[in-house]
Design a protein around this ligand. Structure first.
Ligand SMILES: *[C@@H]1O[C@H](CO)[C@@H](O)[C@H](O)[C@H]1NC(C)=O
Ligand SMILES: *[C@@H]1O[C@H](CO)[C@@H](O)[C@H](O)[C@H]1NC(C)=O
Ligand SMILES: *[C@@H]1O[C@H](CO)[C@@H](O)[C@H](O)[C@H]1NC(C)=O
Ligand SMILES: *[C@@H]1O[C@H](CO)[C@@H](O)[C@H](O)[C@H]1NC(C)=O
Ligand SMILES: *[C@@H]1O[C@H](CO)[C@@H](O)[C@H](O)[C@H]1NC(C)=O
Ligand SMILES: *[C@@H]1O[C@H](CO)[C@@H](O)[C@H](O)[C@H]1NC(C)=O
Ligand SMILES: *[C@@H]1O[C@H](CO)[C@@H](O)[C@H](O)[C@H]1NC(C)=O
Length: 642
């Protein structure tokens, strides 16, 4: 699993009218950062008052308080409207802000001195857009903008908190750019702890077949004899009872998201396929270019190719002959964030002029040399039936308003029939790089004692995928354990999201039957918050072809596309029977009837933050969720649903 990191903001410069008079009566704080992002960032100066900010006011959506209810009515197996997915037009209509909301916000802006012709409403009515000077923005939001500098050089603008008039506040979900730091991957500026640390070369004598001397191509003999040391597609088929050949390849869709400059190498795919999936030699994923994304090959190393090579070598092998779609997001200059791929599949999220802002997302068109200068990708493809994403960020680095607005978009994808999968993280109860939270200051720190959950896994409207392993000395015919080799399965409890009803029984059972020996300062133990992961699959010792060699990789990065492959096969069976895709999966798999479709994992923990973490137990647990699927059973049960 890869980290989406923080980075610099590009500032537009120019001059507009000077500041309007202050109007700060009856203001209330709307968003506030709990703490500064990390000690690596320092405030370098006040932002110049004549700089221009591309402001976006995210309007309160109608029915947004009914998101869970609407999603459950479509995805809970007991609902009479189960499987009646909405069209994109239905979704826009259901959630577009009411005219009162637009009026209140516009009237406030105009009465604050903003000329009406400067105010634009987005095509879906979700956003009000305004280019404002810093002085104007500071006045409107009763705040101060500062420039933050990272010790490695990049700068970013931000304010610590901002306010809105009391009567306007209920009509605005969030304002950008304000307190949010950037979450996009920017080439060359990534946080050091990543996949690389979690890999080792495949060096042992067997099943490595013939050392690569004299320029010979290395090869590996497929076998089930060493699945505790080397995972290959055959091990996964045996572990999860995968023996299905898709037939609905023209109708079915499976997408995997990658953020540029992460990219697969064609030569690596072919090296892997010739060993493990000969009929795929020469096959590539179907490229959907989002904001200029393409599988770049000029920069090659584990950091550039590890994630994509892993994802496509396994996903394509498992679902063959079903094609896999690559949602390659972002160009080589700007990179991209979660919002960019959401924009591309969900036209209700973006606007024709761009709902994104430089402080959060790649902004397109990008006129930098080598940048993608075409229009921003907005609703360019229908959402695939399954989308797997092996990237994440520590939940604490997102503000609640930002996380909640994005999470609601995943719910909308579920309403439209898409299963959204996210890897749960590789550091157990800790965040990326082993960082935890200082319980006093709320800052991320290696010495922190509060657990540090992963977003978007903490969003209750995605399916979060944890990791298991075949323990040393065991075979694929024996129960797996939680991953405890190199990585630990991300899992725990959200600090932002309330518990969704579908998991209440399972999670309360865990907390009551096996009370974890931790206090409320270590995690929210109220039993009222979203708990994750939901499900798990093997994430240890995967053989991949990478930069011309076979190596081993570890991570929930591996687990998520494997689960995606299995759900894709279940969708194939449903399409063949004239039914729809399964869409949002959680309300179905948490029902007691589905317990028989999973191997319950009851050995292992997910250590972190100086603790052993949570323990796996009978039933759901915050290490491996409901367990790993038996696809034959899971598929039959999903096929039986209407
Ligand atoms: C803001 O400025 C940019 C760059 O000049 C322009 O493309 C955009 O249309 C402007 N937006 C609004 C709402 O005026
Ligand atoms: C690719 O490598 C070149 C040369 O090392 C470097 O200048 C460039 O920044 C790299 N590009 C990306 C996207 O990392
Ligand atoms: C795989 O599924 C078949 C059919 O349901 C079942 O008979 C068999 O026992 C399963 N094998 C394993 C290893 O779970
Ligand atoms: C948390 O931060 C405070 C203030 O910086 C510091 O005094 C304290 O030692 C920190 N706690 C830990 C466990 O690092
Ligand atoms: C963390 O603790 C170590 C010693 O255990 C100390 O050297 C270090 O300064 C602490 N770091 C922070 C950020 O508190
Ligand atoms: C735990 O979550 C509950 C429910 O959201 C909330 O009311 C409570 O304040 C949280 N506790 C802490 C310590 O954050
Ligand atoms: C439980 O997990 C540990 C650590 O991975 C492993 O050594 C042990 O063999 C496992 N036991 C069982 C019964 O799987």
């Amino acid at each position: 699993m890869m980290l989406l990191s923080w980075s610099v903001v590009a500032l537009a410069v120019g001059g507009l009218a000077s500041a309007a008079p202050a109007r700060r009566a009856n203001y209330v704080v709307h968003e506030k950062r709990a703490a500064e992002p990390s000690s690596a960032w320092t405030v370098s100066r006040r932002l110049e008052s004549d700089k221009i900010l591309p402001m976006r006011f995210g309007l309160t959506q109608r029915n947004i308080d009914r998101v869970e209810e609407i999603l459950l009515s479509i995805s809970h197996p007991d609902s009479p409207t189960y499987g009646k997915h909405l069209s994109p037009e239905d979704v826009i209509e259901m959630f577009k802000p009411g005219s009162e909301t637009i009026d209140v916000v516009k009237t406030w802006l105009v009465s604050s001195g903003i000329a009406p012709e400067r105010i634009r409403i987005s095509g879906n009515k979700g956003w009000i857009e305004l280019n404002a000077t810093v002085a104007e923005a500071e006045d409107l939001l009763n705040t101060e903008y500062h420039v933050y500098e990272h010790e490695s050089g990049p700068e970013q603008i931000s304010c610590h908190s901002y306010s809105l008039p009391e009567h306007v506040q209920p009509h605005i979900e969030l304002v950008k750019p304000t307190v949010h730091f950037n979450h996009r991957i920017t080439p060359g500026k990534r946080v050091p702890e990543k996949l690389k640390k979690r890999t080792g070369k495949l060096g042992a004598p067997s099943p490595y077949n013939g050392p690569k001397t004299n320029g010979e191509t290395p090869s590996v003999t497929p076998t089930l004899d060493y699945c505790d040391e080397y995972i290959m597609p055959a091990c996964l088929r045996a572990l999860y009872n995968i023996s299905y050949t898709p037939t609905q390849t023209g109708k079915n869709t499976y997408g995997v998201v990658e953020f540029t400059p992460q990219s697969y190498l064609a030569t690596d795919l072919d090296m892997f396929f010739s060993n493990f999936s000969p009929s795929l030699v020469g096959s590539r994923p179907t490229l959907v270019s989002i904001d200029g994304g393409y599988p770049q090959s000029q920069n090659q190393s584990f950091d550039y190719n590890g994630e994509s090579d892993l994802d496509f070598e396994y996903a394509m092998s498992l679902v063959y002959p079903q094609k896999v779609t690559l949602l390659q997001t972002g160009d080589m200059v700007e990179g991209a964030g979660f919002d960019n791929w959401l924009d591309a599949v969900d036209a209700s999220y973006c606007t024709y002029d761009g709902g994104d802002v430089p402080s959060q997302d790649g902004i397109y068109p990008d006129t930098s040399p080598g940048g993608y200068d075409g229009p921003e990708s907005c609703g360019v493809i229908a959402p695939p039936y399954v989308v797997s994403t092996s990237y994440g960020q520590d939940e604490v680095s997102a503000t609640p308003a930002y996380a909640i607005r994005q999470c609601n978009e995943y719910a909308k994808l579920g309403m439209m029939g898409t299963t959204v999968l996210y890897a749960s993280g590789d550091y157990g109860v800790a965040g990326f790089g082993g960082y935890c939270i200082n319980a006093t200051t709320g800052e991320e720190s290696l010495n922190g004692t509060r657990f540090n959950p992963d977003f978007p896994s903490t969003c209750p409207y995605v399916t979060s995928v944890g990791a298991t392993q075949v323990s040393p000395g065991y075979t694929v015919y024996e129960p797996e354990s939680a991953a405890e080799t190199v990585i630990y399965s991300g899992g725990g409890f959200s600090n932002i999201f309330a518990m969704p009803s579908y998991q209440a029984t399972a999670v309360k059972h865990y907390l009551e039957a096996y009370p974890p020996p931790y206090t409320a300062t270590q995690y929210n133990n109220s039993g009222n918050v979203r708990a994750f992961p939901d499900i798990a699959a093997n994430g240890v010792n995967y053989i991949i072809a990478i930069d011309g060699e076979f190596e081993l990789v570890y991570g929930t990065s591996a687990s998520s596309p494997v689960i995606g492959s299995m759900i894709t096969m279940a969708n194939d069976a449903r399409l063949a029977a004239g039914k729809g895709s399964v869409g949002f999966l959680n309300p179905v798999i948490y029902t007691p009837q589905f317990a028989s479709a999973f191997h319950d994992i009851t050995n292992g923990t997910n250590q972190g933050c100086g603790t052993t973490g949570f323990t796996t137990e009978v039933g759901w647990d915050p290490v491996t969720g409901l367990g790993t699927p038996d696809l034959t059973i899971l598929m039959r049960m999903l096929l039986d649903l209407s």
